[in-house]
Ligand binder design. Structure first.
Ligand code: OAD
Length: 236
């Protein structure tokens, strides 16, 4: 029998790391695919504090475009398969690099959003955090408390990850017996290093992707295919 199915049935502790590929089948553009481009800008040019400081209108227009794109989008069978696995597992942590909120929308409970969430905003003056689901969002959005400029509560290039989430993610990666790495190019640190940490701590690491990635070298198995097909098959 399939070793992964056996491990799933044994209800072992499971940690999952997801990336943009798991949301691709819902219609959310991946970062490094050509569909992720907006007005010919690469995400790396817009998702930085420097870009925001230089031209907050431009950066907010880009996030407004992405929020419009994401708002009507529904989770796909891969998101729901992870909800099912969580329900069957005693110790389960889902670490996601995605900021689209689709894991929560699907019903996943123990989710660590290590790159933030596109529906959260933070005041650049008083730092207060709030939820904001306005679509379209007013450009430029301001804080209700102090009038300061709001920014998306997402991690930009050059910024550090939220310490609490990262610590919890590192703990989950190093305290599981089975680790799935799903739909990530494995190019962005420290997220990608979580897979390596899981492997070094003794987890059986399974990568699911439509192509090989740098993380394929450390995975015990790489299953090539769409996340929804492979996860649905594992649960069948
Ligand atoms: P990428 O766009 O870099 O990679 C998406 C991965 O998903 C690729 O390896 C694809 O082969 C794979 N993929 C696409 N469709 C798939 C499918 N149906 N099933 C399985 N895999 C599929 O996205 P991430 O790795 O998530 O960070 O990018 C990591 C981070 O880089 C993002 O969180 C973001 C970005 O810059 C920040 O914004 C801080």
């Amino acid at each position: 029998m399939d070793i992964i199915k056996l491990k799933l049935q044994a209800k072992q502790s499971i940690t999952v790391l997801t990336g943009a590929g798991i949301s691709a089948e819902s219609g959310v553009p991946t970062f490094r695919g050509s569909d992720g481009l907006w007005k010919n800008f690469q995400p790396e040019q817009l998702a930085t504090l420097e870009a925001f400081q230089a031209d907050p209108c431009l950066v907010w227009e880009w996030y407004d475009w992405r929020r419009k794109l994401i708002e009507p989008i529904k989770p796909n069978p891969a998101h729901y398969a992870l909800v099912e696995i969580e329900a069957q597992t005693e110790q389960f942590t889902l670490i996601t690099q995605n900021i689209d909120g689709l894991h929560h929308k699907a019903g996943s409970q123990n989710v660590l959003e290590i790159h933030g969430n596109i529906w959260k905003v933070q005041c650049t003056k008083c730092q207060c955090l709030s939820h904001n689901s306005e679509v379209p969002i007013q450009i430029l959005p301001t804080c209700r408390q102090c009038g300061g400029l709001l920014r998306p509560k997402v991690v930009w290039f050059g910024e550090t990850l939220p310490a609490k989430e990262l610590e919890a993610a590192q703990f989950a990666a190093t305290h599981c017996s089975l680790m799935f790495i799903i739909g990530t190019s494995g190019l962005v640190q420290p997220a990608a290093s979580l897979g390596v940490a899981g492997k070094q701590a003794g987890a059986y690491v399974v990568e699911i992707n439509i192509e090989q990635t740098p993380l394929s070298n450390i995975a015990d198995e790489t299953r090539i295919g769409k996340a929804s097909d492979i996860l649905t098959d594992l649960l069948s």
